[in-house]
Design a protein around this ligand. Structure first.
Ligand code: OFO
Length: 173
């Protein structure tokens, strides 16, 4: 049974994961409009991952005798100064998501709600991966630069990364 406080925090996280998905979906559209198919594919895939993150919490709430609530979700931003600036925003957003997950895990621990604490371990590991993933992309911008040629190369890399992630998820090498 979830405490009132925990139910609220988990429902807020459902909302945040939905919002994250919309952020990446919108960014994928922006990439498409700028002639960056690799970035569009990578971010579209990431938007789907965020929906999976949302669904797992949604189901966990309902399986824990709570009721998942779909709240109001604000529109994501649709214009960016540059691809690099967009990826800096993504990295900052993921650090914010990590902070929220850590806060929920902290409350679960304080409340001795070890079902939820255990459930959140997957998100803690996932956030570690996501921060590393986006930090790695920012490192590429530092090395390659985001002038035209560099951008072309980074776009190709993003396309390969999206294909590799999709293959890993489907168990295909
Ligand atoms: Fe990108 O993060 Fe969800 O949890």
């Amino acid at each position: 049974m979830l405490s009132k406080k925990m139910l609220k925090m988990l429902n807020d996280q459902v909302n945040l994961e939905f919002y994250s998905s919309n952020i990446y979906l919108q960014m994928s559209s922006w990439c498409d409009s700028k002639g960056l198919p690799g970035g569009a594919k990578f971010l579209r895939h990431h938007a789907e991952e965020e929906m999976m993150h949302m669904s797992k919490i949604f189901d966990y709430i309902n399986d824990s005798d709570g009721m998942a609530i779909v709240g109001e979700i604000k529109s994501p931003k649709s214009e960016f100064q540059s691809v690099k600036a967009m990826f800096i925003e993504i990295y900052d957003h993921e650090c914010y998501v990590t902070k929220k997950i850590n806060e929920i895990a902290g409350v679960a621990f304080e409340e001795k709600d070890f079902f939820t604490f255990n459930f959140l371990q997957w998100y803690i590991a996932e956030q570690h991966e996501e921060e590393a993933l986006f930090k790695g992309i920012l490192d590429k911008f530092e090395i390659i630069g985001d002038a035209k040629n560099g951008l072309f190369f980074i776009d190709q890399e993003l396309s390969k990364m999206a294909t590799a992630e999709a293959s890993a998820e489907s168990g295909v090498e």
